[in-house]
Design a protein around this ligand. Sequence first.
Ligand code: NAD
Ligand code: TYD
Length: 349
Amino acid sequence: MLKNILITGGAGFIGSHVVRHFVFNYPDYRVINLDKLTYAGNLKNVTDIESDSNYSFIKGDINDVKFIRELFDSYPFDAVIHLAAESHVDRSISGPMEFIKTNITGTVNLLDAAKNSWAGNNKSKLFYHISTDEVYGSLGREGLFSEKTAYDPRSPYSASKASSDHMVRAWHHTYGLPVVISNCSNNYGPNQFPEKLVPLVINNIRNGKNIPVYGRGENIRDWLYVEDHARAIDTVFHKGRIGETYNVGGNNEWKNIDLIKMLCGIMDKKLGRRQGTSEKLITFVKDRAGHDLRYAIDSSKITSELGWRPSVSFESGLERTVSWYLENKVWLNEVLSGKYKSYYREQYG
Ligand code: NAD
Ligand code: TYD
């Protein structure tokens, strides 16, 4: 069946993998990638599909109400998969307003355009909102986030994502918009902007620069390979029940310091350096303000109801990720533009 799918944020890290997944696997769907191309958006992430007949790209801002309205007037969208967002916690601490604007107001603009465009005819439509496990707050040493865990966001980023989740549910309950939400744990893999932990560590080791570890490196995250997330999004898109939320996680908790040491070992091996060389770059720095201690997802609902589970082991996913960054130096050097360098100086001194 022909479907027109609007994917927002498709030039970013996760969005580019989702766009590729849908373009490759569903030749009958028409995928329209809408992205503002902020510092995190990069069309080089999707060069392999740019000339496919079922793919097109539109540059635009989800905060631009008139543009979004006209977009929905021009295309008969059957579904929206909404990933566009400001996504980096540290940037949300130093400059929260952009997060409030894009993550909350931008999401509402899309919800409203979908509601108006699909009015009286929304039975087979879907607005799928991609969110994060960070909306649930911070765990102690025990326990997992389930879909029933109360929201308790603690950073401007997670609070803005929590607000957007509430807005999506409000448009469902109040206006009958068919929606589904998934909340995923930390992703890693190719094409991630090197301000996030995994690519930052790889890039710093490559350049012999210090590896900044916040606090004592005791914080815990649950890591999922990005292509497994793209498969989870496919599963929820096709099989998820309207109005429901699905948690997505890797069942793969790592203390930051242990993950960093593992990356150091893989880098030493790949670069032909003596084991232990990269670990010498580890530098403990001032902790992130309000740093959440632990995130961990209970993904039993999506597994038992929809049949999704992670398929890539952490060892093989990290190996693949390191190889990708080492083989794509041009990509890495290009995204490390002047603008990023000044942010880096501000953040780390
Ligand atoms: P990213 O920062 O790599 O990409 C975001 C994309 O959105 C970029 O291409 C950017 O240009 C685009 N964008 C930003 N503002 C826009 C605007 N106003 N209009 C149009 N496009 C705009 O982010 P990511 O890591 O790929 O995350 C994608 C989504 O997944 C986000 O909603 C994020 O909250 C969510 N998420 C991320 C993770 C993770 O580990 N990275 C985990 C769970 C959920
Ligand atoms: P990050 O990749 O920013 O993801 P998030 O904060 O959304 O989980 O950070 C992952 C973890 O790594 C988090 O506990 C903060 C920590 N971290 C560092 O220790 N040093 C760094 O330079 C960065 C970017 C993150």
